[in-house]
Ligand binder design. Sequence first.
Ligand code: ZN
Ligand code: ZN
Length: 257
Amino acid sequence: MIANYHTHTPRCNHAEGAERDYIERALEAGFVELGFSDHTPYFFDKPDYYSTFRMRPEQLEDYVSTLLRLREEYKDRITLFIGLEAEYYPKLFPRLLDYIRQFPMDYLILGQHALYNETEGIFSPRPTEDERLLDQYQGQTMEALETGLFTYFAHPDLFQFTGDPKAYDRHVRAICRKAMDLSIPLEFNLLGYSEGKHYPDPAFWRIAGEEGCSVVLGSDAHSPKETWSPDLIAKAETLLAGFGIHPMERVTLRPIR
Ligand SMILES: [Zn+2]
Ligand SMILES: [Zn+2]
């Protein structure tokens, strides 16, 4: 692992540590590239609703200007990229794009934390055996990938389906094929792996291997030390090799212009 594109900052209310500390940790790791992709702000259409796990729109300017300064300061040692981890909420996405296009945004990663437009309250990690929701997750994330705006798909196995394994296989295979067709890498999420969450889900990665998907490791760092964990990376690589997957070292970013 010589690059990580999944790094947070305290603006999302559930990460800690200064940007500089994440960068120093990446240098310690020998990374050549580090991308920040904090949880995007969003404009919700219910006045009394705002999710607590993302920055506010008015914080985006400080996020970008802080990283631009650090990019300049560290330019001889590491390449820094400015991105966001964003959900694809069909009704709200156009306004978000209009807003973030005012900033020099190097990339977006897709992290689909909720279905529909979030205000329906159906969150991807909540276990369900309802195949209609799995179907919605599949359709919504495939539509997201088709926009061509996402550089990669973070924790694509975030949706926790506890129903019929055959249904899971069918839906996951469709997502994997779509990502393949569009040359979009899937992220094996190291944070979920280290914390023993329901993802990474071996059932998902077996299918991704069979389908020949491109895969990238993502730290999903919410603290500087999580930027790089050599033992964890070695374990992940061994697991993935068992599915015939060899993660790519770098990804080609899709800038938002
Ligand atoms: Zn987070
Ligand atoms: Zn994340």
